[in-house]
Unconditional design. Structure first.
Lengths: 129, 129
């Protein structure tokens, strides 16, 4: 579910209602590692990740953010930015592989998309915010 | 096990012989999130992570790098940079929580420390490499 498109990344919402979970996908085909990107794009990715992290921090005030580039299963470079809460289903473990995803119901999905789109739209242009 | 100390980060070797696994610890007490750092330090962290990733890429030519800032258990900001191989014990899952760590034997530990220290010492100064 695409939330917004920034100069470098498409920002997607993971379809798992347990965690506010963003995925940033740099629009650079064939890239697998962060460090395959040009240094200019790496700096851009850092800026856009910062912007995504700020939106998640403003959304529900999580106890911790998890930021990760894994890509063992899906090869195309992508970055996870996940809001974690003490007592969430996987806490304190990482979220991957703990239990199957719990897809959003339609109302919850719409509510979260709307709130996150608003927050992701704030804070400057071009990932510089 | 400290491998090297860069301008921002101490670089540690995780005591788990299954994966070449570095941990970068920014020498900034009290920081929990990447985005708690100043933007200057964030850029420095990116540069030092790139340098660590290049060293791991040169060490054994992994199939994938995993880069993650989780910190759910240990609060002090740290970044994992892990060399992954198709067929390693956790593949394709993330490494955390799959099985208990397998500590290095003394000879293997010394060999890996020596090889990684050499590679981490290459590629420029100050995380700009």
């Amino acid at each position: 579910m695409e939330l917004v498109r920034w100069p470098l990344c498409r920002v997607l919402l993971m379809n798992d209602a347990r965690y506010p979970w963003l995925i940033l996908v740099p629009q650079r085909p064939g890239m697998r590692e962060i460090f395959d990107l040009s240094e200019e794009d790496q700096a851009r990715l850092l800026g856009e990740t910062r912007r995504a992290a700020r939106a998640l921090a403003a959304y529900g005030h999580p106890d911790k953010l998890n930021v990760a580039a894994l890509g063992n299963v899906v090869a195309q470079l992508h970055l996870h930015v996940i809001a974690r809460f003490v007592g969430d289903e996987a806490w304190p473990r990482p979220v991957w592989g703990v239990h199957p995803a719990r897809p959003y119901g339609e109302a919850a999905r719409q509510e979260r998309l709307t709130a996150l789109r608003r927050l992701l739209g704030e804070g400057g242009e071009g990932g510089e915010g």
